[in-house]
Design a protein around this ligand. Structure first.
Ligand SMILES: C[S@@+](CC[C@H](N)C(=O)[O-])C[C@H]1O[C@@H](n2cnc3c(N)ncnc32)[C@H](O)[C@@H]1O
Length: 233
């Protein structure tokens, strides 16, 4: 594992208000999800505001890029969404600091959501190669830092799930966000739990159309940003 500080990070499990686990990062001093509910938050921000919204266009194949693979919760929920809707998902996800097997094996997501074997396969699959998980879900995990990563191809939906602006300010600034903009298809969307003003201003400067939408418990608003075709502006 690559470490920012050179010190082996310890991560601790915490139960959120909805009964699902999150992780406390001792390197970054933050939790991976809202303590109001990891599963609840992921469902509202990424599945409802992201996939359900995008699917209203009735597209049969969707390419996703996730910033921050973390616990694999968003990946598992996206797999379940793909199976339910019979829409093929190409799920690309990047992670600089993969979690240990020990902590992954303790996460209660399979207990809460089912698909224990799929969750295991998502975690055990190799990095930096294409791994078909099912007819409807193809996984590509990249073990790299986003800052130096060359994003190949275009994506329909970006799950922007970095640690927040007070923890990793540069990940919410124009250089990295511009990378996201160029990696999106026209008509594509970026969704995130973050609703910070400076972040939304950065998105607008880059060219995104920005919407604030109601968030999960504990979060009044979240953000959806669209890359519009010129005739839609
Ligand atoms: C908020 S957590 C992501 C939660 C995750 N989406 C999930 O479903 O559990 C942020 C993640 O970004 C990772 N990360 C932090 N800095 C990064 C960087 N520069 N490049 C890539 N990943 C990074 C962290 O290790 C962490 O796993």
């Amino acid at each position: 594992m690559k470490l920012l500080s050179g010190i082996k990070p310890k991560n601790l499990l915490q139960i959120c208000n909805d009964g699902s686990h999150t992780i406390i990062s001792e390197s970054f001093h933050v939790t991976y999800h809202s303590i109001h509910g990891a599963i609840t938050e992921s469902n509202v921000v990424f599945i409802c505001a992201g996939l359900d919204y995008f699917q209203s266009k009735n597209i049969r194949e969707i390419s996703i890029f996730e910033m921050g693979f973390g616990t694999g919760l968003n990946a598992l929920l996206s797999y379940q969404w793909a199976e339910k809707h019979k829409v093929k998902i190409h799920y690309h996800t990047i992670e600089a600091y993969p979690l240990t097997d020990e902590i992954i094996s303790k996460l209660n997501y399979p207990e809460k959501l089912g698909d224990r074997l799929v969750f295991r396969r998502i975690h055990c699959s190799d990095w930096n190669v294409m791994v078909p998980i099912s007819e409807y879900f193809v996984l590509y995990k990249y073990n790299s830092e986003i800052e130096s990563f060359h994003l190949e191809g275009k994506f329909d939906v970006i799950f922007y799930d970095a640690f927040g602006p007070s923890t990793q300010p540069h990940l919410w600034d124009i250089p990295v966000l511009s990378k996201m903009y160029y990696a999106l298809e026209l008509g594509g969307i970026l969704v995130t739990y973050c609703a910070q003003g400076a972040f939304k201003r950065n998105l607008r400067i880059i060219g995104f159309q920005v919407e604030s939408i109601p968030g999960p418990p504990g979060k009044r608003e979240i953000t959806r940003a669209s890359k519009m075709a010129e005739d839609e502006l």
